[in-house]
Design a protein. Sequence first.
Lengths: 326, 290
Amino acid sequence: MLKHKLKYSGLFLPLLIALILPLYLTDYWIYALTLTFYYVIMAVTWNLLGGYTGQFSLSHHTFAMIGSYISALLIIKTGIPLWMGMASSWIFNAFISVLLGILCLRMRGIYLALTTWAFAEIVKTYIRMDFEFTGGDRGLNAPLFFKTMNPIPYYYLFLAFAVLTIIVIAIIMRSRIGYYLRTIRNDEVAAQAMGVNTVRWKVFAFMVASVFASVAGTLYGHFTGLISPVSGDFYEMSLIIIFVVIGGMRSQAGPVVGAISVRFLAEVLKKWPEIRMIILALVVILIMRFFNGGVMEFLRQGVQRIRQRKGRTPVSGLQKMEPRQR
Amino acid sequence: MQFLISGIIMGVLYCLMSLGVNFIYGIMKVINWAIGEFFMIGAYVQYLLIVTVLGTRYWYIGVFIVAFCTFFLGAFVQKILIKPMFVGMVEEKTEYATIVTIAMAILFRNLAIFIGGPYIYTPPDYAPPTHIGPLPLSGNNFIAFIGTIVILALFFYFLKRTWIGKAFQAVSQNRAGVLTAGIDVLKFDMIAFGIGTALAGAGGALLAPVILVYPLCGVIPTVRGFEIIVIGGLGSIPGVFAAGLSIGIAESLGAAFINPSFVDIYGFGLLMLILLIKPYGLFGKPERSV
């Protein structure tokens, strides 16, 4: 009973804090937190693909950028309402990702990484070059959600979408599909032998992740009001990987914790962007080299150690379900 | 005809990039995502050498020094970061290698910005403009073309004729079998990684006057390199040449007949086409799963 209570309070306490936080913060920090929720959506969905399924997409940020551009361009050129622009850009992204996925997910995961890396750079170059249509390096003025400069409505909107994303990913991972995806990562041949249609579920994971990326992208576009090819820079992708690895791959809370803590660190070290990235890259290398699991695994082991010292039997981990490979 | 020649020249230059990646992949089954950063380091070191020590006339000595330096840097990186994969410390190899090398790329880029600043350095020209037949060609491109061919020839001589080269071929075919033949696989991994990065570094040194020297100068060649690898087939060395030439030609033809500002897209279109027809690339084989 107590364990259940603890678990639910662990889920609802951060949400409660997030709900009342805007009352006590300056506009700048509310803005920063809103951006953080954008990264939370990106990191959580990339974790589904790169962490659980083991398929490395290196164009997650590109799907966000495509989403924001399509939505903004449709609204500007045709004058359709905002929600229609967003929805159509999500559908377009689903289409592209399924196409890319079917082409390169028939092979091992490394092909997806190679192709999506090239895809990301190509899309960025296209948007920069075709400046008459997309605005090029100057960027594009996207219409805003709300006709106000007050960041609080945006904050709640992003919070709602971030929570929604986390819930959807949690549902997927607890369903039968979640087990399919985990088997694909652990041993693809064994998964095939068990009758899992690996290609279909890999494409499915890629599609879900890309659509959520475009959701985040459209939100971002209509929040900042200015979209530019900079958001297609590889820097963004590396940030997402950093969030997920530092927070802990293959855990549901890991990307969230990683995104929030690293974003906070980034805001503090804002004056020295290069040093910041050097430190983060070093941390990622060290985590991968010595401690494969990130902050969440660290916390979990710590809790387990305390329990053992108290003489109780260790509780099996809430998130870590997959067996070690071979 | 002109476009064909310029396409071939660009194609050969792209080959150098993807050869480094593909060689490493063939030996260790690891993609080095930081190869563009080794290219960038090569360009920086070459610029430094030319401006401070050597002077423009002796640029070719610089290329060798750069290749030497990047070889040792690559071997060092392999020793501390990639080698643990093979001595049983890492569960998920692809994931580990991908994330570590991407983090390395970020590290090198930001170090470059931190040390050299976000400026674009322009090295002096290696040679005055020349002509090949009817095609006017900048001396730098010509030099880069010749230099690339020399490096590729040396590489192939090394791979096909020397004992070490043959040992490398053996390692790429069967790692366990080679161990029984008395070859220290871990040591060869290190050398292979060094050679791969040295190829990229030499490429950076050769192309420094063409692409110019700045922290992100490795990105575009890397993208081409990865496209070539997918088109040619992972781990296949003849595939690199076929794919490199076809990308170079596709780009210059596309630039000539369709629209020159979208040069980068034609190569990707070719890649999509090849993936549709031959999923494992022109020369690639479906991998055996153990």
